[in-house]
Design a protein around this ligand. Structure first.
Ligand code: 13P
Length: 250
């Protein structure tokens, strides 16, 4: 019922020519047969070129961040309508690096999710605990709080919403979560979504992210409550990223 979403978060990597080379190769490599959705999240600077290359293809375009106000004196920020204008379909909200490097709190993340949803931009709400929080037995409490506040402004409108469970300690470390732990958390998120959104909660995809590579992707993607992956480092290499997308179909 839920088509897995394999997303490439390029973070602050790739110039426009590098983005072009990567996307051209990716278009050659991706599985043509359906059964998986692929999205690429370049830097803002490469969005226009990515749109040019991806229009009419099966790869969706995403942005790594957005500002919740519609317009105004917010130097350096980018609005929902500016992203929609660029053909962007998805936007990351509350990525761990935004929370921990840039100090974004749950309420601010919730405003982004609300602003995106109001304008048909699909928010990927990123949640996940730190290692200390996990060791203290508080992983679910953190994730639950991030979910609650992240969707607080949505009412019963969950259209387009995706959740990415990315444990902070697994991001960029080469140490992925144990598949059983990722599955336990994804299942807990799933039941929370059912409680919060009723039957619509079953339509919301829950991705896993954190050191997903071609050689471990299958372990996560075969789990019934994991509906795709949010990939950082391995998505910079089109061959590796395409191998992860192919792993859904194996
Ligand atoms: P890595 O795949 O590099 O661990 O990054 C995960 C991530 O932050 C994706 O958003």
């Amino acid at each position: 019922m839920r088509v897995p979403l394999i997303a490439a978060n390029w973070k602050m990597h790739k110039t426009i020519p590098e983005a072009r080379t990567c996307l051209v190769r990716l278009l050659e490599l991706l599985p043509p047969e359906g059964g998986v959705e692929v999205a690429v999240f370049p830097s803002f600077t490469a969005l226009a070129e990515a749109r040019r290359l991806l229009t009419g293809t099966a790869i969706a375009l995403g942005a790594q961040n957005v500002y919740p106000e519609p317009t105004g004196a917010y130097t350096g920020e980018v609005s929902v309508s500016q992203l929609v204008d660029l053909g962007v379909h998805y936007v990351l909200c509350g990525h761990s690096e935004r929370r921990h490097v840039f100090g974004e709190d749950d309420a601010f993340v919730g405003r982004k999710v609300q602003a995106a949803t109001a304008h048909e931009l699909a928010p990927i709400l990123c949640v996940g605990e730190t290692l200390d929080e996990r060791r203290a037995g508080g992983a679910w409490a953190v994730v639950e709080r991030q979910l609650e506040r992240g969707v607080a402004g949505l009412g019963d409108n969950s259209r387009g919403l995706v959740i990415a469970y990315e444990p902070v300690w697994a991001i960029g470390t080469g140490v992925a979560a144990q598949p059983a732990d990722a599955h336990a958390m994804a299942s807990q998120i799933r039941s929370w979504l059912r409680d919060r959104f009723g039957a619509k909660g079953d339509e919301i995809r829950v991705q896993y992210g954190g050191s997903v590579k071609p050689d471990n992707a299958r372990e996560f993607l075969r789990l019934p409550d994991v509906d795709g992956a949010l990939v950082g480092g391995a998505s910079l290499d089109p061959d590796a990223f395409a191998a992860i997308a192919h792993a859904v179909l194996r």
